[in-house]
Design a protein around this ligand. Structure first.
Ligand code: AMP
Ligand code: FES
Ligand code: ZN
Length: 301
């Protein structure tokens, strides 16, 4: 049995990449310290910022909201009700977000996609002939940004972890999606009409985040989104876990070397096309009409 390196109690986790075993008492402290370091080193949040955490009711974003408040950041939450009724997915996940908001005594804003865009995510996807996840991703990014702009938030934090980011990276590399690769960074600075976006959990695997959330007694929705079944990202995560098993440390090396060495070069070589206000809603877009207004048009016609 492994012992905690800090206090010699029974360890609950051994992190190969850090050569560190920790017990249930020391692990949450280590996790918070690491989160604080990532935020400071990457200049994610300044003392003048007003932070909005996008909370889905899952372990990552609830863990992130909790960690930020523990670190002294007065972050508020934003929950988007996607209107997914299969297994009462949206209703259940909303309850978990509300529960944490009450525990940490921070406001949770709740927006309904059906009210904001005119249709639920499943209906939008059906009507626009897109995969639910693709319509959903576009609508989420749009509403996070719009809400933050309209309410004076200067930073949007999401719960993306190392497994999420490495899987996205692998998908983009396999198809050499250079434009997407150029934008895949843990911090996307603010631009005209776009609020700064940060991913403070990039240093942790899914399992590490889950352990932090569980040890802090935070209940979360364990079920994946019903539309994610068979998604390529889950397959890539699985592949990366197999590679990690054979060769520990590869996942972090793959992602971090990309972020440090490749992404800045791509960002320079493939600058984002000029943004201008959408002619329908005024939100920034590279086209005449933004993708959400186009999805809406299809869905409501
Ligand atoms: P996903 O794209 O579902 O992997 O989620 C990535 C991150 O987006 C989560 O960690 C949350 O920060 C945010 N997010 C996803 N779904 C929602 C939602 N319904 N409401 C608010 N934030 C969300
Ligand atoms: Fe958006 Fe699954 S379709 S979370
Ligand atoms: Zn628009």
């Amino acid at each position: 049995m492994k012992r905690c390196l800090w206090c010699k109690q029974k360890a609950v986790i051994f992190m190969h990449e850090h050569r560190l075993a920790l017990c249930r008492d020391c692990y949450p402290n280590w996790f918070l310290r690491m989160t604080g370091r990532v935020i400071k080193d990457r200049h994610m949040i300044s003392p003048y910022d007003k932070t909005l955490v996008a909370v889905s009711g899952g372990k990552d974003s609830l863990g992130l909201w909790f960690a930020l408040t523990q670190l002294g950041y007065e972050a508020d939450g934003l929950y988007l009700d996607l209107g997914i009724s299969i297994d009462e997915y949206s209703t259940k996940s909303k309850q978990f977000a509300i529960q944490l908001s009450e525990r940490i005594q921070r406001p949770l804003h709740i927006l309904s996609v059906a009210e904001e865009v005119g249709r639920t995510v499943p209906d939008l996807a059906l009507a626009s002939h897109r995969e639910p996840c693709s319509a959903c991703g576009a609508v989420k990014r749009y509403l996070f940004n719009k809400f933050a702009l309209e309410h004076g938030y200067t930073v949007i934090a999401t719960g993306h972890n190392l497994d999420d980011e490495a899987a996205t990276l692998l998908g983009n590399v396999l198809r050499w999606q250079l434009g997407y690769l150029a934008r895949q960074a843990p911090v996307l600075p603010a631009k005209e009409g776009l609020v700064k976006r940060i991913k403070p959990f990039i240093r942790f695997t899914e399992k590490q985040v889950a352990l932090f959330t569980i040890l802090n007694g935070i209940p979360y929705i364990e079920q994946e989104c019903p539309f994610s079944e068979g998604a390529a990202s889950l397959f890539y995560k699985d592949l990366l876990n197999k590679i990690e098993e054979r060769s520990p440390g590869t996942k972090w090396a793959f992602y971090s070397q990309f972020v440090e060495q490749i992404q800045p070069l791509l960002d320079e070589k493939f600058p984002e096309p000029e943004l201008r206000p959408c002619s329908k809603c005024g939100m920034p877009t590279t086209a005449e009409v933004c993708s959400v207004c186009r999805i809406k048009e299809h869905a409501l016609s």
